[in-house]
Design a protein around this ligand. Structure first.
Ligand code: TXA
Ligand code: MG
Length: 339
């Protein structure tokens, strides 16, 4: 049975207690963060962490992010806390930034996918923070079935997990819409493992240049540092195609593709920042922030409208656009059309 707790109208200490009890009993609770919904369990309870992998159908070597509510919690999880981690935490926590550090023995290797590092973040969401404070550090990947678009609404979590987990907290739509930025601080040089809700430019202002792991750009070389990068991601049932290039060309190219696929008898969906004629259309908004917020919802929504193919307009890769394009290209399995 799944208990759905409605907290769309704000925090409620009594309801938090119910959810925290589930966590402390080793059960699974989906909860909102400022990025996407997380599928949470006690990070220090091996059996509980194992259940997350089972419920998601997630490969055992793809590590989880541990969510904390106070900086002191980090000291319980990480063996070393380098200056960069302190600086970034001071500036950006709570917020959409995850840091990877050498782990303490107390963190089960189930949680870290067998690695001797642990990924940690402090989410900027009152419900998430209250839940952690009322229980324990919580391991939580995005609350979607492995390979599907991440959830930005409780309905998405209900679609994927109703009947399969103990509790879902409905806190309304998530604000940022793409997952946290992941920076590895366990090696020689700070390395970006996943662009996300905190723009890389902001991080570099604080700690200087950050290397970009080649897998971020889709090059499947050394994936040992973040095994998550090698798996299929964000894919709706429909085939996604991303159109990239100068704006004027992109419009023409999308219109051409819509015609071409419709001629083949396919139902075509378009998701873009401008209006298009197609069988189905999803307006992503115009700013980077809006596009990030609407991205996963658009993929899930166009699937529900049963299109065969989704043509997505590419946006510029700066700011949140870096995270958006990373997710879109993955959702498309790197089927990119250059206009
Ligand atoms: O915004 C977010 O980060 C959301 C919310 C719920 O907090 N969580 C999330 O978790 O996106 P997940 O599991 O979907 O993505 C975690 C990413 C994966 O790419 C994983 O490989 C990487 O973080 N990761 C986790 N632990 C790691 C570690 N020890 N070393 C390297 N990468 C790690
Ligand atoms: Mg995920």
């Amino acid at each position: 049975m799944t208990v759905v707790i409605n907290m769309r109208d704000g925090m409620d200490g009594r309801k938090i207690k119910i959810a925290a009890k589930f966590i402390l009993e080793g059960k699974l609770v989906a909860f909102p963060t400022e990025t996407v919904y997380g599928l949470g369990a006690d990070a220090l309870n091996e059996e509980a962490a194992r259940r997350i992998f089972e419920a998601k159908g997630r490969p055992a070597d793809n590590p989880l992010i541990v969510h904390i509510a106070d900086f002191d919690d980090l000291k319980k999880l990480a063996r070393e806390i380098p200056d960069e981690a302190r600086l970034l935490a001071e500036k950006f926590w709570p917020g959409p930034l995850t840091v990877v550090l050498p782990k303490k023995e107390e963190v089960p290797t189930v949680t870290t996918g067998g690695l001797d590092t642990v990924a940690v973040r402090m989410p900027a969401h009152p419900i998430a923070l209250a839940l952690i404070r009322a229980s324990t550090p919580i391991a939580a990947p995005s609350a979607n079935i492995s390979g599907k678009p991440s959830p930005t609404l409780a309905e998405h979590v209900i679609d994927d997990f109703y009947g399969k987990i103990e509790c879902i907290i409905d806190g309304g739509e998530t604000k940022i819409g793409v997952e946290s930025t992941v920076v590895d601080l366990s090696g020689e040089k700070p390395t970006l493992l996943r662009p996300g809700g905190l723009p890389l430019e902001e991080i570099e202002k604080v700690i200087g240049e950050v290397e970009i792991h080649p897998a971020v750009r889709g090059k499947l070389v050394d994936v040992a540092r973040s095994p998550g990068m090698k798996y299929k991601h964000y894919s709706p049932n429909a085939q996604v195609i991303v159109v990239e290039g100068p704006r004027e060309n992109v419009r023409k190219k999308i219109e051409e593709l819509v015609k071409e696929y419709r001629k083949k008898g396919l139902r075509v969906g378009v998701m873009a920042t401008e209006q298009y004629d197609a069988d189905e259309f999803f307006h992503l908004g115009t700013s980077e922030e809006e596009v990030a917020r609407n991205l996963f919802k658009a993929l899930r929504e166009l699937d529900k409208r049963r299109v065969d193919i989704i043509i997505a307009e590419g946006i510029e890769e700066r700011g949140l656009g870096f995270a958006v394009m990373n997710r879109l290209r993955k959702a498309a399995g790197y089927r990119i059309v250059w206009a």
